[in-house]
Design a protein around this ligand. Structure first.
Ligand code: HXC
Length: 297
């Protein structure tokens, strides 16, 4: 069943009528929730992803939430390819006529100690998260400038403190925050805004399943000041705000939507036992300890 990821009473119906969203990583749980909320309030959208079938399936599900909604799913698009992104922009303009909002959400991540992380694995994540965001901006900028549009980068909170086993993703997300800040200055005079949204741990997502074991979730939740995991709707609501007229004068900043979690993550939640004990990890995040098994910290 398709959920409607936004409170019906919070935002006026149709506030995004005529707007078009372009979202990378759009078949993922968080990004598709963001797009769904915008579409439910009038926008049309293009979601892009590497997975052909999942991207198209998700696009049809999103389209079904509002009669008349146009949602294209463009699969087989890797944000590391400038050519693929330029093609996706051309298709968007041909089919939907414009681009107002861009969500840079494509990301890759897995757990590995620095010791076991190859340069190529580090580069892969940097290339998807950081270079992929840059490529997306470059490919869309001319269209976004025409509409005095908005960029939103899906960031993280790991780099506010530090987090083990994700040196690749943490470096990428820190740089994405910096990139967004730089863009806000350059693009402000064109009426284009650039902001980041940093989600905390969101229940039931594929990303969460990759990074934490089910047995860690209770402890993780207890450590969150608001005492619950996030929902996709928490992220979707903040996204609606950042693209709404209510955020007209907001640029060069970020919103953390995490129940306060990052303020207590300095003890390396959700991996404190692993860090402190230095024991080999048999199956962290279902990855069969491929890279952690040999770690003796
Ligand atoms: C260790 C790995 C690995 C893993 C890939 N590599 N997966 N190393 N553990 N699980 C290494 C490979 O061995 C290789 O290095 C290099 O990374 C490139 O891998 P490829 O298989 O060639 O594929 P590529 O498409 O480049 O890899 C992308 C990937 C992959 C990110 C590395 O994990 C992936 O596609 N993941 C799916 C998307 C994803 O991760 N989504 C989660 C997003 S959640 P060598 O040396 O062998 O050549 C998220 C949340 C962030 O991002 C915020 C958290 C708080």
């Amino acid at each position: 069943m398709v959920k409607q990821y936004v409170s019906k009473n919070t935002w006026a119906p149709g506030i995004f009528d005529g707007k078009v969203v372009f979202c990378t990583g759009g078949a993922g749980d968080i990004c598709s929730g963001q797009v769904e909320a915008l579409v439910s309030l009038g926008a049309n959208a293009v979601i892009l992803g590497r997975r052909q079938e999942a991207t198209q399936k998700r696009a049809s599900e999103i389209a079904a939430i509002r009669p008349g909604a146009q949602v294209l799913g463009l699969g087989g698009i890797d944000v590391r390819s400038v050519q693929a992104l330029e093609g996706a922009v051309a298709t968007t303009i041909e089919k939907l006529g414009r681009i107002d909002f861009v969500i840079c959400g494509a990301a890759g991540n897995f757990l590995s100690t620095v010791e076991n992380l190859s340069a190529n694995a580090f580069k892969s994540v940097i290339d998807i998260d950081l270079l992929g965001s840059y490529n997306t901006v470059k490919a869309t900028l001319a269209e976004v400038k025409k509409r005095k549009g908005r960029y939103l980068f899906v960031s993280a909170t790991m780099h506010y403190t530090g987090m083990p086993y994700q040196s690749h993703a943490i470096a990428a997300k820190a740089a994405i925050d910096a990139l967004s800040g730089a863009l806000s200055i350059e693009l402000g005079p064109y009426g284009v805004t650039s902001n980041t949204l940093a989600p905390g741990p969101i229940a039931g997502t594929e990303g969460m399943a990759r990074l934490a074991q089910a047995s860690q979730l209770d402890k993780l939740t207890r450590n969150i000041p608001l005492q619950r995991m996030g929902e996709v709707s928490d992220i979707a609501d903040a996204t609606v705000f950042l693209f709404s007229p209510a955020a007209n004068w907001i640029t060069g900043t970020g919103i953390v939507v995490d129940g306060g979690a990052w303020r207590r993550q300095s003890n390396h939640e959700p991996y404190p036992e692993i860090v402190m004990s230095g024991e080999p990890v048999a199956d962290v995040a279902g990855q069969k300890g491929k890279h952690l098994q040999r770690a003796k910290l």
